[in-house]
Design a protein around this ligand. Structure first.
Ligand code: PBG
Length: 322
């Protein structure tokens, strides 16, 4: 039927009617809040490029998580800023590593808060790359060893999920085997499967003090121009045992989320990254946009594209309204 029998405006006439026919509804259950944990006590270092976010020492992280849990945040993703760095990122595998300490404290204080750990080396290596350097480039297979070790170490502290973000080939399989060897066969892996070499990570690298000291991440993260390759990455990660696959960043990659959704039957996560967040905050600070409205629109669009889980720094602001 076409006009005038069909009039699509008919279903837009009242708020109730619009509510009834709405296709995508953002809920608290969709959201994960990323947080940065640093050494010390009583430390709160605001991250200037990401207004509203700070590096927090473990004690303040627990307090912040208590507050977040109280307003409806059910899951957090942890990034660590260690006291010392080393060449291989082994500091991330120690019983007293910063994320290990945070995990112990959080699981004790807030057992029902779901705690996910980002698994990568870039915050822990002196050179800022995501793995072990051999001949000026990240060595894939050597890096698998530290990633597996880091994962097992965090599993032993009670982490609820691991999320490898390094983009080494074979890391999901290596981590799955290591976790299973240690009896953690029920610990899920959320793989950053289609992670692009993106300019949108700029503010995060200030937050996590993880910018590479030479070169860039183009030999391991994906070329923003590629889409077919994302499907290959996702397929391999699923074969290796990923429980959830992630697309990152989110906004410039909604087409990738949609393609993954139509090609695979697996939960999808999308990371609304630091640069995406900071753009909104900067525009809002200038009075150029309505922040609340934009945030809802952005997160809804990521869900509409096919994402089941959204990792976003906006979680802390929007969760009260959901
Ligand atoms: C670590 C990692 C990065 C992000 C998440 N995990 C940075 C990078 O790859 O350089 C980015 C998150 C963000 O920008 O919010 N590899």
């Amino acid at each position: 039927m076409s006009f005038p029998i069909t009039r699509l405006r008919r279903l837009r006439h009242t708020p109730v009617l619009r509510n009834l026919v709405r296709e995508t509804i953002l809920t608290r259950d969709d959201l994960v809040m990323p947080l940065f944990v640093c050494p010390g006590t009583g430390v709160n270092n605001p991250i200037s490029s990401m207004p509203g976010n700070s590096q927090l020492s473990v004690d303040l992280l627990v307090e912040e998580c208590r507050r977040l849990y109280g307003i409806g945040v059910q899951a957090v993703l942890l990034f660590g800023i260690p006291e010392h760095k080393d060449e291989h990122g082994l500091v991330a595998c120690e019983h007293n590593g910063i994320v290990q300490q945070a995990t112990r404290a959080l699981k004790k204080a807030l057992p029902d808060l779901y705690v996910i750990a980002d698994i990568c080396n870039c915050e822990y290596t002196t050179h800022g790359h995501c793995g072990t350097i051999v001949d000026g480039d990240v060595d894939n297979d050597l890096t698998l060893l530290t990633l597996a070790k880091q994962s097992v170490s965090l599993a032993q502290e009670g982490i609820d999920m691991v999320a490898p973000s390094d983009m080494m080939d074979g890391r999901v399989g290596a981590i799955r085997h290591a976790l299973d060897d240690y009896g953690f066969y029920n610990l899920p892996i959320m793989a950053y499967s289609a992670k692009y070499a993106s300019g949108f990570y700029g503010p995060f690298r200030e937050a996590a003090e993880s910018a590479p000291k030479f070169g860039n991440r183009a030999t391991y993260q994906m070329d923003p121009a590629n889409s077919n390759e994302a499907l290959r990455e996702v397929a391999l990660d699923i074969e290796e045992g990923a429980d959830i696959v992630m697309v990152k960043p989110a906004l410039s990659y909604l087409d990738i989320i949609q393609r993954v959704k139509t090609n695979f039957n697996i939960p999808i996560a999308a990371y609304n990254v630091s640069g995406e967040y900071s753009m909104v905050k900067a525009a809002a600070a200038n009075g150029w946009i309505d922040e609340k409205r934009l945030v809802r629109e952005i997160l809804t669009s990521i869900k509409r594209a096919g994402s089941d889980i959204i990792l976003s720094y906006h979680t802390q602001d929007i969760v009260k309204e959901l």
